[in-house]
Design a protein around this ligand. Sequence first.
Ligand SMILES: Cc1ncc(COP(=O)(O)O)c(C=O)c1O
Length: 387
Amino acid sequence: MGSVNLNSISRNVQSVEISGIRKFYNKVVQYPDAISLTLGQPDFNVPDKIKAAMVKAIEDNKTSYTSNAGIIELREEISKYLESFGINYTKDEICITIGGSEALMDVFTALINHGDKILIPDPAYPAYESCVKILGGTVLNYDLKDDFSIDFDNLKKILEHEKPKAMVLSYPSNPTGAILSKEDTIKLFELLKNNEVLIISDEIYASLCFEKNYYSISQYSEIKDRTILIGGFSKMFSMTGLRIGYVCADKLFMDEIMKVHQYNVSCAPSISQWGAYEGLKNCMKDIDYMCSKFMERRDYMYNRLKSMGFSVNLPKGAFYIFPSIKKFGMKSDEFCEKLLKEAKVAIVPGSAFGTKGKGYVRISYAYSMDKLKLSMEKIEYWINTLK
Ligand SMILES: Cc1ncc(COP(=O)(O)O)c(C=O)c1O
């Protein structure tokens, strides 16, 4: 017994902590009367047609393993769906995964050798950094400007001097709500076409883009052979618990990603795959509805926070807003803890998303308008007590 201690545990695994979002969520549980705006779980029900398709799949006994890559019907629909964004991957270049999370881990596992440098934006979705560390990779960060767009001077320098193996792009962004503008996508392509870096583009919020046109680096066929796309349905169909995502890559990478996927999970859950298939075939109107609701909420939150004096960028996608709290003279975790204790509103400290997230907070507006209105009133009242 005495010989069992932390030396028995992988040092890479010990080097990461549980996500700051979850950590804070666990604190919120201690305040049952608090309003929580912490999670990335839309408040909409799964569209009825998806539910019915899943029930039917069970009744039809579609409950066995699927092929490792997932059912052909769903992969074909994903291929068509991506085409509508100007992104071209055939069904054989698509693997269905257990959420975007498995897709990310599979890709990083397939790519990373010990010490490989992986370039990640700061702030960013925390899983990127943790996956890389667990796999023994080295995390490098690139800077974002005040409006959360890419700081190209910084990116160019890092690409030239550090020569990272891969870089992560994450648009629309969790936590900032930023998207890639047309100009920046062109600039990015011009920079990346002359570089050898592999590109991992996490576009899990692609369906929640509030601008008319969608721009992404995965639209450029010239660099498709080294661009790996991550997508999924958790946010798109409000089906986070049904766990369906996907990864798209050229054959060279897909063959290796598939090995990791196969030995990890064999395949994604069959029933949920049929649900996602129904979603893509027949639920695009539900997406339009959800998107329009998120836009209403985004406008409300932005205007309300601005009128309270927060410095904040207008989010253009996903369902998060990331205001600065620097003027309140508190660290972001201190701000959030006080807000939770004193005003009973839970939001996530920006520090959970990286060093550059310090001085910001992430508010999820994937909640009902009533909840958002009440929480904004409480925040306003609390802020006035600080003056
Ligand atoms: C940017 C980003 N990528 C990937 C994921 C993982 O999604 P999933 O729930 O499909 O595993 C999330 C979930 O919040 C996310 O915000």
